[in-house]
Every structure is written in structure tokens, then in C-alpha cells.
Ligand binder design. Structure first.
Ligand code: SF4
Ligand code: SF4
Length: 659
């Protein structure tokens, strides 16, 4: 059930029907698809005949990986239970002989009932292994006692079945003290001898198998402590406040996975390979300082600043971490609080106020662009001289739109004019409007506030909260299922879905959440419309094109990059391939900053740049994030197009001419 609220894993529940109490997953392998499906069908027929279960979905091909990913996430998401009670790893992964498993499970369940534990477990049934974590509140001394009692009882049960305390995860600190009980004193002494031969000074990972500390010492929380009360600007109420939000990190270490494992989390660690640059490292530092703090401002610690510095706010962790640790939001809150006691960098002020400054400077864009191409000036405002800054446009997108004549159509959409499209990517904005017109949509644009993305990422939360409030109030009465709000830049439009509900006053939160249901990235909107049959294929050419797509990391975390793939595949002969890249490394202003340039390029070098260089001149490169496109240009000297531009260029009609 915990996977229902996990952004990434909820997508992997596609094969589940109804609300089953348990799921049995069986993998069939064979020489051909047909043979494997025949084998599966044979078994499902028998299961049906014996009334063992009510749904028998068969999943094949690439979807199999999603099913196993759901299974693998099981242990991690158990840590995502709201409140102080958590699934704790004192039992973890006991194993017995397969023939004994049914009897063992039944005794195990009885034992857990006697401890008032509602057992939720999953098993590698074929290997006789059972995964289980009792749910305990280790902030309370009573449950610390239960922690030991349950672990002891479990070890005694395993001993009776001649099983193993740990079938795959290892005994570690928590189960090590029960090894003599399960293996017997004689074998344990042999283990001790072995350890002392290879490690006479006891320096290799001491206390893990032999001579461990008692399992209930050195725990994360001091039992029965007074809970620190920490006030924040973001509303963390749904997860019990900021400290409980950080405490959700269960140390699983999924944020240490490397590029070959796919996904985005955690780009800084993938580049530096330092534990401090993982989501976990940041969560640990933040938790310790917020817990042990003696200062008036609990965030006023340079150590937290250092830990947060290399976080790109890519939001990879928000969807990929089994506990949904949203470090981007935590970093933003931290910066906001830290700025209360410390001066704010000049470069951060400039970045945060970028939209306002561009409003003043766009009439003299030519001068501004030449000044900003000087290395010394870039250096002065904290930008790496090696970077090419985006070119400010003299005529904004809003100016163009005011003069744009369009027919009145039955289908209407509101377009969110984000600050990046308005001042930099004006041509993309024009193409988006003309594309929508050509497909039969009237585009409405009202005078509204910027998205607030730059304020959020630099921790200017008073300004961000004012903007969120204005935008929610303005669009809530306007936008509906029939006339949704759509946006071009993922990091801007997705703020409605992600940050706004927790930045507005609590009375406006429900309105913000309702509004978000009708707010879409233009890629999502066009993909849905096509699937509903509202977009006619005959509007597009039949040319053959191969496109390589890099999706924005906020889209990957908060929406679904498959929608961009579907949107780009609308023209009949367009073949679209997803580059298995995570974050591009630019992440808004992050990669432009001189202190972050090297890391930013190192991240790009891992998957994205090689993925593009491999197919130079053979494929069109698509990227829907403005900073991703700049990173691709700086890293590979290749022009990347917004998907909207590619689809616009595929149109057959006269609209394919910018007026
Ligand atoms: S932050 Fe890392 S270690 Fe912590 S729960 Fe998430 S993936 Fe696991
Ligand atoms: S937001 Fe991105 S960079 Fe920051 S901790 Fe999460 S995954 Fe890592």
C-alpha cells in the first residue's frame, strides 16, 4: 500500500487489479515470447481452476522491469509510513528451507500477533526467504525494549527451523549479537578465530559479525526526548514537520546508485562519489543539526550549507528515493532560514530576481548581451567565464502575443507565459501558440506573475510564496478541465503541481491542489489530446526523422517523460529514442555558477554528452528544459530543440510560418 503514494512506484502498479491482500509474482523465461506466455497461461489456468486468486495479469517485455522494480521498492517504501512509527530492520530477511516456509510463516505471524504487530511481509518464496520489518517507534523507550524482544524471539524461531538470520542482506550490527544463538557457540568461536587471523587488530568493519555492541545501543534517537519544534515557510504538515520529513530517510542507500542503474538520483554523488554528496548524506547532516541544535536559528550552521551546496535541486530524490525525500525543497527551506542569520550572496540575489531585471533590461537587450559576454563581468556576477549565457530578447513573447491574431476555436487553453520563454525562448513561445492554433486550440494568455522558480531555488521564500498565492488566486477561477493551463518550461509550470500547495497559506492549499489537477506541461497536454483522438495525424508531414530526447529532470520526477516521447511520435514516421540520462548537470542556474561549473560538466559527461555525440548529424536532439538545451550546446556544441519546435516544424499547414 505504501507504493500508492510513491511517485515513481505508483507508475509501476499498472498491472494490479483491485486491492489485493497479497501478490504472487512469477517470472517465466523461454526461447521465445510465445513459449513463455504459454507457460504462464498454463499456470494461471491451474490457479484459476483451484480458485487461488482473482486476477492473473501477464506482463511481458520492458514492462517486466517495472513489476520487479515495484517488488524491489518494497522494503524501502515501508519506511515511508507517516508518523514516528517506522518499519525497523531488526528482523529483515530470515530464511528457512522452502518446504518449511508455510509452517514458518504461520508461526511467525502468530509470534508477531503476540507483540501486537500487524505483519506486512514479502518473500522470495522460491528461496524460503521472508522479508519483514516490525513497525516500532524507536523514539519511545517502550518500543526500544520491543525492538530487542522481537529480534530475540525471531532469532529463537529461526533457530528452531535451522534457518538463517539473514538470507541475503547480511547480519550487520542489529542481528550480530544473535549469531552465537543461531550458529551455536562452537561455530561462533571459529568465526572469531577467522576474523582474528585476517584482522588481528580489529580494524576491518569492527563489531559487525563478531564482538558486536548490543543491538539496542547507538540508536538514531535518544528515547523519550522532547520533540524539537521547528517553524518553516514551506508547509511540511503532511509529513509531520521538517524534522520528521528528514527523518524519513531510512539509510537504504538507493541514492548511491550509479548511472548504469538508470534514473536521476543523485547526480552530485554520481560525479563526486562522496557520501556527503548523496541525498542521504544531506539528510543525515540536516537531521543531526536540527536535532542537536543549541542556537536560536536551528538552520544557522555552515556545515548544513556545505552539505547542501552541491545539491542541484533536480528532484530526482523526490520520486526515486523510497522515502520520497525531497531534498530540493529542503535545500530551499534551509537557504531561506540560513539567510535570516547570514548575508545573501550578490549572485544569488541577481539569479533570484532575474525575471524582474530582465523586464528592465530587455529594451536594451543588445547592449546587455554584449556586456554579459565579457568574461570579467560574468566572473563578477558569479558566472563561469566558460559559459555562454542565454541571449535576452528585445521583443518579449508577451509583446508578440498581444499582436497575434487567432481564430476563435471551441477548444481553449490558457498558456502560462513563464519568464524563460518570455525573455529568452521567444521563438519557442511563438511556435507553441501557432502549433496549438493549427491543431484547433484557441490560446488565452492573461497578465500573471512569473513562476517563482528562481526565488524557490535560491531560498527567497517570502517572494516565492507571494507569487504562488497570486498565481493560485488568479488561475483558480479561470482554469478548468475544459480549458486547462499549460506551460512550456517544465521547472516553471510544474511549480503549480509541486511547490505552490505548500507555499500558499493553509486556507488556500486545497484550492492550489485542485488547480494543479488542470495544469499541464504542454508535452503532457498534447500527448493526452492525441490519445483522446483530438489531434489529427494528417496535420503532420510523413518525413522520416530520428529524434533523441533528453527530458527535464523535474518532468521525470513530477510528471512523466513518456508523454514527451508520445508527443514527438505523433508524426507517423518520427522515431523517438529516450537518452537514458538523468540530470543534465545545468539545473537552472547551478551549472552556470563558477563554483559549480566543473561538477556540472562532469555530470553532463556521464550519459548525456556521449548519448548526443554518438549520433551527431544522424538525429535531431530534443530537450524540453531551457537550461538543458544550453548545457547540451556548451557540452557538445549541438543545437537541441524544444519538442514544441520539432512538432511545429512537422506541421503541413500554413501555420508553419511565424508571423
Ligand atoms: S535519501 Fe537515500 S538513503 Fe535515505 S531513504 Fe532516500 S534513497 Fe534511502
Ligand atoms: S535534489 Fe537531486 S542533487 Fe539534490 S539530493 Fe536530490 S537527487 Fe541529489
Amino acid at each position: 500500500d505504501c507504493t500508492k503514494d510513491n511517485i515513481e512506484q505508483s507508475k509501476n502498479r499498472f498491472f494490479i487489479e483491485g486491492d489485493p491482500a497479497g501478490i504472487l509474482m512469477i517470472e517465466f523465461r523461454s526461447e521465445s515470447d510465445e513459449e513463455a506466455i504459454d507457460l504462464a497461461s498454463e499456470l494461471t489456468a491451474q490457479l484459476k481452476e483451484n480458485e487461488l486468486g482473482y486476477a492473473f495479469p501477464i506482463v511481458k517485455g520492458s514492462q517486466t522491469a517495472s513489476v520487479w522494480s515495484l517488488r524491489n521498492a518494497g522494503l524501502g517504501v515501508l519506511a515511508n509510513i507517516p508518523g514516528d512509527k517506522k518499519a525497523v530492520a531488526c528482523i529483515e530477511d530470515t530464511a528457512v528451507a522452502v518446504k518449511d516456509l508455510p509452517q514458518y510463516i504461520s508461526e511467525f505471524s502468530g509470534m508477531m500477533k503476540s507483540f501486537n504487530q500487524e505483519a506486512v511481509y514479502y518473500a522470495h518464496a522460491g528461496a524460503g526467504e521472508l522479508h519483514l520489518r516490525p513497525v516500532l517507534n524507536l523514539k519511545k523507550s517502550e518500543d526500544v525494549k520491543n525492538f530487542r524482544t522481537i529480534a530475540q524471539a525471531s532469532a529463537e524461531l529461526v533457530k528452531r527451523y535451522n534457518g538463517s538470520l539473514s538470507g541475503e542482506h547480511g547480519d550487520g550490527k542489529v542481528r550480530a549479537e544473535f549469531i552465537p544463538l543461531v550458529l551455536g557457540e562452537e561455530v561462533y568461536q571459529l568465526l572469531k578465530q577467522l576474523k582474528s587471523i585476517f584482522d588481528p587488530n580489529g580494524i576491518f568493519n569492527p563489531g559487525k559479525i563478531v564482538d558486536p555492541e548490543p543491538m539496542d545501543t547507538g540508536l538514531r534517537y535518544e528515547p523519550d526526548r522532547d520533540e524539537p519544534v521547528i517553524r518553516t515557510k514551506f508547509n511540511f504538515e503532511e509529513t509531520g514537520g521538517i524534522l520528521r520529513t528528514v527523518e524519513k530517510c531510512n539509510g537504504s542507500g538507493d541514492c548511491r546508485k550509479l548511472n548504469f542503474a538508470g534514473g536521476t538520483m543523485c547526480p552530485s554523488y554520481r560525479a563526486t562519489m562522496n557520501e556527503t554528496d548523496t541525498t542521504r548524506g544531506r539528510a543525515n547532516v540536516l537531521r543531526e543539526f536540527l536535532t542537536m541544535n543549541v542556537k536560536e536559528n536551528p538552520f544557522d550552521h555552515p556545515e548544513i550549507k556545505e552539505a547542501m551546496d552541491l545539491c542541484l535541486s533536480c528532484k530526482g530524490c523526490k520520486s526515486e528515493c523510497p522515502s520520497n525525500i525531497d531534498m530540493a525543497t529542503l535545500k530551499s527551506e534551509f537557504l531561506y532560514q540560513y539567510h535570516k542569520s547570514n548575508s545573501v550572496k550578490f549572485s544569488s540575489r541577481i539569479t533570484a530576481n532575474n525575471s524582474k531585471i530582465n523586464g528592465w533590461l530587455s529594451p536594451v537587450a543588445l547592449v546587455v548581451n554584449s556586456v554579459l559576454s565579457i568574461g570579467f563581468i560574468k566572473n563578477l556576477i558569479g558566472i563561469s567565464p566558460k559559459r555562454n549565457l542565454p541571449k535576452l530578447k528585445r521583443k518579449t513573447f508577451k509583446n508578440w502575443f498581444r499582436r497575434h491574431k487567432q481564430d476563435s476555436f471551441e477548444r481553449k487553453v490558457y498558456l502560462f507565459c513563464d519568464e524563460y520563454t518570455n525573455y529568452y525562448d521567444v521563438e519557442i513561445g511563438k511556435k507553441a501558440v501557432l502549433l496549438l492554433n493549427a491543431l484547433g486550440y484557441e490560446v488565452l494568455m492573461v497578465d500573471h506573475a512569473e513562476s517563482g522558480r528562481a526565488f524557490i531555488s535560491k531560498g527567497f521564500l517570502d517572494e516565492a510564496s507571494d507569487i504562488a498565492t497570486k498565481n493560485v488566486k488568479q488561475f483558480a477561477g479561470m482554469v478548468s478541465e475544459e480549458s486547462p493551463l499549460i506551460g512550456i518550461e517544465p521547472s516553471a509550470i510544474l511549480s503549480f503541481r509541486d511547490e505552490y500547495p505548500n507555499l500558499v497559506d493553509v486556507e488556500l492549499k486545497a484550492t492550489a491542489k485542485n488547480l494543479a489537477k488542470n495544469v499541464f506541461l504542454i508535452d503532457e497536454f498534447l500527448s493526452y489530446e492525441y490519445q483522446k483522438g483530438h489531434i489529427d495525424l494528417s496535420e503532420f508531414n510523413k518525413e522520416n526523422k530520428h529524434i533523441k530526447l533528453h527530458a527535464h529532470c523535474h518532468q521525470k520526477a513530477l510528471a512523466n517523460s513518456a508523454d514527451t516521447l508520445k508527443m514527438l511520435s505523433i508524426p507517423e514516421n518520427y522515431q523517438v529514442e529516450m537518452i537514458p540520462s538523468g540530470c543534465c548537470g545545468m539545473a537552472g542556474s547551478f551549472g552556470y555558477e563558477k563554483d559549480h561549473y566543473d561538477l556540472s560538466m562532469a555530470i553532463g559527461q556521464q550519459v548525456l554528452f556521449p548519448g548526443i555525440s554518438d549520433s551527431k548529424n544522424k538525429s535531431l536532439i530534443a530537450a524540453n528544459g531551457t537550461s538543458c538545451r544550453h548545457q547540451i550546446m556548451d557540452g557538445t556544441n549541438t543545437v537541441a530543440f524544444d519538442p514544441v519546435e520539432i512538432l511545429f516544424d512537422a506541421l503541413l499547414v500554413e501555420a508553419n510560418k511565424i508571423k
